[in-house]
Design a protein around this ligand. Structure first.
Ligand code: MN
Length: 148
């Protein structure tokens, strides 16, 4: 996907969001940002191939086993976005408040076209999760805690 879509949606002279940005860590990182936009949601971002693969999770990543949540894939974001918190101005894409809900690193056990299995090493999240792309869908995934 790359960052073209991310950049095309934003006016960087207006929004405080980063236009690019290198990671400063050799580990694979993740962030979950609480985004109070037109609809409150949580943006899950996982590092892969030098960008942050991104999903909007309307109800947030489930903390209980047995709960499955919808995760809608969105455009890749630059690695530097994992540190972003602040206000996206009214006229900009995603206008509203962004705050970091959790962050840290991930161990990836599997990353296939339709299935991702990884473990969070965050402040709040520390378990192994599964993401599965819904059949016949480009963008819609489910995320849930892996059974132990
Ligand atoms: Mn968002």
């Amino acid at each position: 996907m790359g960052l073209d879509e991310y950049k095309s949606k934003r006016d960087f002279s207006s929004t405080p969001e980063p236009s690019e940005g290198e990671g400063d860590s050799s580990e694979r990182v993740f962030v979950i940002q609480k985004h109070d936009a037109s609809n409150l949601h949580y943006d899950l971002r996982l590092e892969k191939d030098g960008v942050l693969k991104s999903w909007a999770v309307p109800k947030g990543v489930p903390e209980k086993q047995g709960v499955k949540r919808l995760a809608i894939q969105t455009e890749d974001h630059p690695l530097g976005y994992r540190k972003f918190e602040g206000e996206i101005p009214e006229e900009e894409y995603g206008a509203g408040t962004v705050e970091i809900w959790d962050e840290g690193t991930i161990d990836v056990m599997k990353w296939k076209e339709d299935k991702i299995i990884f473990r969070f090493h965050g402040n709040k999240l520390t378990d192994t999760y599964v993401m599965i792309r819904l059949k016949d869908s480009d963008k819609n995934w489910l995320i849930f805690k892996k059974k132990k």
